[in-house]
Design a protein around this ligand. Structure first.
Ligand code: HEC
Ligand code: HEC
Length: 364
């Protein structure tokens, strides 16, 4: 009898503590975690619901993404802050734009990889789509500082660009600011990075190591999935500082939207996008995980009453080994980036508006 007990106990504990890979996949999906579809037809439905992607437009969008002449100084392209060779970020705490001006609110550049999966763009969620978003940075004084007119004049003065727009959209295309920026967004729609995590959720059970599986399970059990869910493991608005104040909240003073909600950053490629949080004040990933568990609670909607919500709230507490396991799980979110061949950009012409790197009084 005694021997029987000794043998049966460890078996039971194993069953209770670890889900089998297949039941972990079920559990992940039940908790709102979704893989990037492997079938390109399914992926296209998500990244291109309006059917605007074509090879010519994507290629042109890529050129414009790398085009520094969209900035007043002719020095700053989208890739300056969202470097596709560096996980889609610049790797500095606050973004540095026109004339080396740091973002006045100490705002960190988020990654453009997988941004197509976000429900909202920007840390305060003020933009609903990539097309809408792309108009912002070109004009922002602290980013590329160019007027719509300057951008239109620069592009229209270069015959190769005019020809490429015609090829992409037909001969009657009007190459205005909106067309230029929405073409950049078309390129951005292709910046998705499938990873071992996706393989796992798509059924390849040995795609994650045991420790990564443990980390994924901890991530689910501790309630991180309340906010980090969907394909991007983020991308929608959520409250921040539910339980405690963020250690660096006074740096830059950003508090989110009018309801103090903040756009949840994607965790895909998170190992490559330090420094972390909206003001880029935390460099080490394990410190970011610890800060999250200190700040946040997981919650579930229990009921709705009188226009309000009743929430089932669970504070998140992580042991050092929980933090370790989640950190390990994050390795599996490093995705395969699309191969991008650096485009050769057509030369400026005599009538192309000149760079304005200095603090000039030009109206353009
Ligand atoms: C000077 C640096 C800089 C440049 C140049 C720049 N960005 Fe950004 N980008 C940022 C910062 C900072 C934010 C966050 C701003 C905010 O939330 O208020 C951002 C946000 C974004 C987002 C939203 C992502 C998210 O997670 O919410 C996208 C997409 C994006 N930029 C694409 C572009 C494109 C396309 C260009 C070129 C047309 C561009 N950016 C140029 C710094 C820059
Ligand atoms: C209640 C919602 C919520 C929960 C629960 C939550 N997060 Fe977050 N998370 C956010 C928001 C919002 C941000 C962005 C905050 C900011 O930078 O201002 C964030 C940021 C992060 C970042 C930094 C990302 C970056 O690119 O800067 C990491 C890492 C992170 N969360 C991991 C976790 C982990 C691990 C858990 C579980 C222990 C967790 N989060 C639980 C909402 C949540």
């Amino acid at each position: 009898m005694k021997i029987f007990k000794i043998i049966i106990l460890p078996i039971l504990t194993t069953i209770i503590l670890f889900s089998s890979p297949t039941s972990l996949i079920e559990k992940a999906k039940k908790n709102g975690l979704l893989p990037i579809p492997t079938k390109s037809s399914e992926l296209l439905k998500i990244i291109d619901p309006k059917g605007v992607l074509t090879k010519d437009r994507i290629e042109l969008g890529k050129m414009l993404y790398f085009e520094p002449r969209l900035s007043k100084s002719s020095l700053i392209s989208c890739n300056w802050c969202h470097n596709l060779g560096l996980g889609g970020v610049d790797g500095v705490p606050k973004a540095i734009g026109h004339q080396w001006s740091g973002n006045p609110r100490h705002i960190n550049s988020p990654t453009v990889y997988n941004a197509v999966f976000f429900k909202r763009q920007f840390w305060d969620g003020r933009s609903p789509s990539l097309e809408d978003q792309a108009k912002g940075p070109v004009q922002a004084g602290v980013e590329m500082a160019a007027s719509k007119r300057l951008v239109e004049e620069r592009i229209n003065s270069i015959p190769e660009y005019v020809a490429l727009f015609k090829k992409a959209y037909g001969n009657n295309v009007k190459i205005d600011f909106d067309k230029i920026t929405s073409t950049i967004a078309i390129f951005e729609r292709t910046l998705v990075t499938p990873s071992r995590y996706d393989n796992f959720l798509n059924g390849k059970i040995d795609a994650l190591s045991k420790k990564e599986q443990k980390g994924l399970e901890t991530f689910i059990d501790k309630g991180c999935v309340t906010c980090h869910n969907g394909i991007a493991l983020g991308g929608d608005m959520q409250p921040f500082e539910l339980r405690n104040k963020y250690k660096y909240r006074d740096v830059g003073g950003f508090r989110g939207d009018s309801k103090n909600m903040i756009k949840v950053p994607t965790l895909r490629n998170i190992t490559q996008t330090a420094p972390y949080f909206h003001n880029g004040m935390i460099w080490k990933l394990t410190d970011a995980i610890k800060e999250m568990s200190h700040l946040q609670v997981g919650y579930k909607l229990k009921d709705k009453k009188n226009g309000g919500f009743i929430l089932d709230i669970k504070p998140i507490t992580l042991t050092n080994s929980d933090v370790d396991n989640i950190r390990e799980f994050f390795n599996s979110l490093e995705g395969k980036k699309p191969q991008i061949i650096y485009p050769e950009l057509p030369r400026s012409r005599d009538n192309t508006p000149k760079p304005e790197p200095e603090n000039s009084t030009s109206k353009k």
